[in-house]
Design a protein around this ligand. Structure first.
Ligand SMILES: C[S@@+](CC[C@H](N)C(=O)[O-])C[C@H]1O[C@@H](n2cnc3c(N)ncnc32)[C@H](O)[C@@H]1O
Length: 225
């Protein structure tokens, strides 16, 4: 229920947002949580001043340099907030993957993507052929109990050599999420040392979520030898 200044609403939105990131949730519990939250997810994230999708889309568009036909996979796409921003910028060749069918149903009702894949990302093969995409956008999905570095090799497999992977997340999570602290960026570096990808950018952006900074990583996939 809204208070006169909307404070109660924002508190509830914040509580619901935290509910998806509780330590110890199984992957199935996370997806079930999103299935239930899906109907009001956009309203809550709007109230929480979530600018990540726009920032992620703009960062990816900048490195795609006007290639509006680029085939892009929105990874952990949710209800399609990032796709809506990509479409505003003229990028319409979009597919989505997410583990929550409820979130994908909202995206599908908006007709944002060609393909809607309900599956989870981890250390496993997806039903997507090698070198299929020009780019990946992944926004707000590196968070407690969500994606981990174990999905990187699969993201690299499905992106063409020369293609781009854009990962946008809350900066603080690099340090506060146990699965990422001293692990996420070192895993990125290891893949760079192996010649799997090269870093194009690592930018800190303000007000990614509420007043909190985001970090946007962009990697270019290299030809695998
Ligand atoms: C905070 S939402 C972000 C959604 C969208 N990218 C956005 O910015 O609004 C996180 C999404 O990641 C999905 N997710 C979490 N872990 C996942 C995994 N291992 N595989 C696939 N989807 C996952 C959830 O179902 C949820 O839709």
């Amino acid at each position: 229920m809204a208070g006169t200044d909307g404070t109660v609403d924002v508190q509830l939105s914040d509580t619901l947002c935290h509910g998806a990131q509780k330590t110890g949730m199984t992957r199935e519990e996370v997806f079930r949580y999103y299935d239930t939250w899906a109907d009001r997810y956009d309203k809550d994230l709007f109230d929480l001043n979530y600018n990540g999708p726009r920032q992620c889309a703009e960062a990816l568009a900048e490195v795609l340099s006007g290639n509006k036909a680029a085939r892009i996979l929105d990874v952990a796409a949710g209800t399609g907030l990032c796709a809506m921003e990509l479409i505003k910028l003229g990028y319409t060749n979009l597919d989505a993957i997410d583990g929550s069918q409820g979130m994908l149903d909202i995206a599908q009702s908006r007709n944002l993507y060609h393909r809607y894949i309900c599956d989870f990302l981890g250390p496993r093969r997806l039903d997507i052929q090698d070198d299929h995409y020009d780019a990946i956008a992944c926004c707000g999905s590196f968070s407690q109990g969500h994606l981990k570095d174990d999905c990187f090799p699969e993201l690299i497999r499905i992106v063409k050599p020369g293609g781009l992977i854009c990962i946008a997340m809350r900066e603080e999570f690099l340090h506060t999420v146990e699965a990422y602290r001293d692990k996420l960026e070192p895993a990125m570096v290891t893949l760079e040392e192996k010649g799997s990808w090269e870093q194009v950018a690592r930018d800190i952006v303000p007000n990614f979520y509420r007043e909190l900074n985001g970090v946007i990583f962009i990697y270019r996939v290299l030809a695998q030898t």
